[in-house]
Design a protein around this ligand. Structure first.
Ligand code: ATP
Length: 485
């Protein structure tokens, strides 16, 4: 039997998540099933690990196709439920209207019918599933949705006209807004949809990020305060709309973007430019347009563009592909276009790059704020180790200040890695001289032995920092020249 690879393990984990999603689906928790499947699709799309060998490429693609087909089926169920509800309301006018903000679970269905309709998970040897093209729509439960609901026209009012800002949208019977993507290929709408996380599903808070006080302060001024005291952020004090985070890999740039979205309760769109530039090469320009359109529709929104350097690298170079050129041009147009919009349609762009020196000059200028997300300092390292170890026993002889000192030069992601390694050292110790079955028989309490200073020592020795020290000087040089805080 072939040895298990990392991508096998990953497929297994994904299969478990698919099972969880299907359980929600079976129970009729469609909103929750949709959120779960969105997250799975996004992770599969982002997870290049699943693509590491040519042999895996097809299963991954088929897995995605299968997920997308299921996603459409759930959406169809959502829509048919809405229609049922409308019909029911029409037929019994004396009934009080259902509260649109309250999700009422549908009656349970016979399991047999469902097990027939929902295909069994087969992520490892997925059978190809045919995709259907058609109109796709995106639902969201943002604050904006509630605002839109408040101004829903009555049935005898005219639908929005060309000049209406809600053009391209429609209201469903629950009062939640739906983005009408009929002008675009449904594949594109689905791709953007899978990058979107509803505000209620965000779970990264400021407190979960160790250190980075300056960056947090700037982003608080940029996004959180303008939402709280809009009267102050007018005219010359208008809030910043585009911030670029620059720094070594694994320092928390993505976490910062998620936390901003969480703290501000905005709809979060997370796109990787690597994906835009490669997977959607022919359509990347349209993708950018659609992304901004959807973000405006679901405003307040945060668009997080990772690896901005791969799309925004120096223009006009000999290697610049025509498609990349058009993609960049579209991004510039969109960024200019939304700059003057009112606060009701707030869309914040947060970008991240590990290679700021590759950024196109015009694009660099559009990011009004360019901030450095450095390696964690001593206090941040200590706090991160403490945070990582809060679920496990740490021996009294462990001095977290000493550990933090030894981790100088490590990124946040490296530190998490070291802590995980230290935390499983106990398993390595207990495994010595034992067969697998004997390890399985070890009483649970034995695993609860505290993690010792020696465990940390070994973990640090075997886990190197992923950050190249020479590159640190380069970041500092760039930020001194182009930084804006
Ligand atoms: N300051 C931090 N506080 C807490 N956790 C952190 C911090 N920095 C990094 N991490 C950990 O590292 C992981 C990776 O962080 P993240 O993806 O935000 O880094 P990044 O800067 O966006 O990396 P890249 O540039 O490679 O995309 C996080 O999931 C988290 O576990």
């Amino acid at each position: 039997m072939a040895p298990e690879t990392k991508s096998d393990t990953m497929f297994d984990t994904l299969a478990k998540r698919v099972d969880g999603m299907r359980t929600q689906w079976r129970k009729g928790n469609l909103a929750s099933a949709l959120e779960l499947i969105d997250a799975i699709i996004r992770d599969v799309q982002l997870n290049t690990m699943l693509d590491t060998t040519a042999a895996r490429r097809d299963p991954r693609k088929q897995f995605l196709t299968m997920l997308e087909t299921e996603r459409r089926q759930i959406n169809t169920e959502v829509n048919s439920k809405k229609n049922d509800r409308v019909d029911a309301q029409r037929n019994s006018p004396s009934d009080p209207p259902a509260d649109p903000d309250v999700w009422s679970p549908p009656p349970p269905r016979p399991t047999s019918a469902h097990s027939k309709r929902i295909p069994e998970p087969a992520p490892k040897n997925v059978k190809p599933t045919t995709t259907t093209k058609g109109r796709a729509s995106v639902s969201s439960t943002t604050n904006q949705a509630a605002k839109k609901k408040a101004r829903t026209p009555s049935s005898n009012e005219q639908p929005p006209t060309d000049g209406d800002p809600d053009k391209g949208s429609s209201e469903n019977p629950e009062g939640k807004s739906e983005f009408d993507g009929s002008a675009y290929d449904s594949e594109l709408v689905r791709a953007i949809e899978s990058t979107m996380t509803r505000s209620s599903a965000q779970n990264t808070s400021w407190d979960s990020i160790a250190g980075l006080h300056d960056a947090k302060q700037l982003l608080t001024e940029t996004v959180i305060l303008p939402a709280l005291i809009p009267h102050f952020f007018k005219g010359i004090r208008r809030p910043w709309r585009a911030v670029c985070m620059v720094g070594p890999p694994g320092t928390g740039k993505t976490m910062m973007a998620k936390a901003v979205s969480y703290e501000c309760k905005t709809t979060f769109f997370c796109v990787s430019c690597g994906d835009l530039a490669s997977k959607w090469r022919g359509d990347a320009e349209k993708m950018v347009k659609l992304l901004f359109e959807m973000a405006r529709f679901h405003a307040p929104s945060t668009i997080f563009i990772d690896e901005i350097d791969t799309i925004g690298s120096q223009r006009g170079g000999a290697n610049e592909h025509e498609a990349s050129r058009r993609l960049k041009a579209q991004l510039l147009v969109e960024m200019d276009g939304f700059a003057g919009e009112d606060s009701d349609k707030r869309v914040l762009i947060l970008a991240a790059t590990n290679f700021p020196w590759n950024l196109d000059e015009a694009l660099r200028r559009r990011f009004e704020k360019r901030i450095y997300i450095p390696l964690p300092d001593q206090a941040a390292r200590r706090s991160l180790v403490e945070q990582c170890m809060k679920e496990v026993n740490v021996a009294d002889d462990v001095d977290l200040n000493v550990i933090a000192e030894k981790l100088d030069g490590y990124s946040g992601a490296d530190i998490v890695n070291v802590c995980r390694t230290a935390a499983i050292m106990i398993l390595r110790r207990l495994s010595v001289g034992r067969r697998t079955i004997e390890i399985a028989m070890i009483p649970k309490e034995e695993f609860d032995q505290p993690i010792s200073a020696d465990d940390f020592e070994q973990a640090i020795r075997t886990t190197s920092s992923s950050v190249n020290r020479e590159s640190l000087a380069k970041y500092e040089e760039w930020i001194n020249e182009f930084g804006s805080v």
